[in-house]
Design a protein around this ligand. Structure first.
Ligand SMILES: Nc1ncnc2c1ncn2[C@@H]1O[C@H](COP(=O)(O)OP(=O)(O)OP(=O)(O)O)[C@@H](O)[C@H]1O
Ligand SMILES: [Mg+2]
Length: 249
């Protein structure tokens, strides 16, 4: 039995939540993004795959306002957000789990989670309870310093922290990086569960096969350009994709 929404796009008729059009960004002389265009519909898991240095992280950072785009537009729920401040974008309902997790090592697990909710002024308790339900280890380790958690536990904490802002769209940058297979499976299960409960997800993954299995749709990014898109199943079955990104043939 698989709850993974393969092939036919379950959310095909849903409204577009995120629309990125012709996005470009640079680091000094380095043109990291040339023309990135993609859409994420309400209720979808969409993944972005590509080689090292293709611009995956930069794409997420340009969407979340950490890196400034030099051209193109980003629309979230029908409103332009390019040019908005990063904290404003989080408050708007779009959160990011950064590459490498970036938890606050000298704060406790609980404090890290509370930091994720710092833009909110309502009661955090129900959200903490939901995060603890999703990742019980974060409840067991609530008063432990985050820096002493294992890599997989830190990834769960980084996801939990992002969820504390109550996002409608969650962007995740390589959640499986450097993590033991068993914990990777647990994390991907959690992503599926969050999506079933209504969270829309934009996922960047080095582990293309796992990402495509999980995703309704995916985009391929090559040297700063989105070049190919299709359903997860279509990309899994495409010869060129299999050779370039799934380590076959
Ligand atoms: N802070 C930076 N300063 C200069 N160049 C950068 C910086 N960050 C990224 N780049 C360059 O921008 C390009 C895109 O990098 P990016 O990190 O977005 O790629 P990526 O697809 O996420 O790669 P990876 O799979 O290794 O995480 C690369 O050529 C990279 O060297
Ligand atoms: Mg990256």
């Amino acid at each position: 039995m698989s709850a993974a929404p393969r092939g036919s796009t379950a959310a095909a008729g849903s409204p577009v939540m995120l629309r990125v059009d012709g996005l470009a960004a640079r680091y000094g002389a380095i043109e990291a993004l040339r023309e990135v265009s993609l859409e994420v519909r309400v209720g979808e898991i969409v993944s972005l795959i590509g080689a090292n240095g293709a611009g995956k992280s930069t794409t997420l950072m340009a969407i979340s306002g950490i890196v400034r785009a030099t051209a193109g537009s980003v629309e979230f729920e029908g409103r332009r957000i390019d040019g908005e401040r990063a904290d404003r974008i989080v408050a708007d309902g779009l959160a990011q789990v950064p590459e490498g997790r970036r938890v606050f090592p000298r704060l406790t697990v609980r404090e890290n989670l509370e930091m994720g909710g710092y833009l909110r002024n309502d009661d955090l308790a129900p959200d903490l309870a939901r995060v603890h339900e999703l990742f019980p280890v974060l409840s067991d380790r609530a008063s432990q310093l985050a820096g002493t958690l294992s890599g997989g536990e830190q990834q769960m904490l980084a996801i939990g922290r992002a969820l504390m802002s109550r996002p409608r769209l969650l962007m995740m940058d390589e959640p499986s990086m450097g993590i033991a297979p068993l914990l990777v499976a647990r994390i991907f299960e959690a992503v599926k569960e969050l999506n079933r409960n209504g969270l829309t997800v934009l996922l960047v993954e080095q582990n293309a096969r796992a990402a495509l299995k999980l995703s309704h749709r995916a985009y391929v990014l090559e040297t700063g350009r989105t070049t190919f898109t299709g359903s997860g199943a279509e990309l899994l079955g495409d010869d060129r994709i299999r050779r370039a990104y799934l380590g076959e043939g």
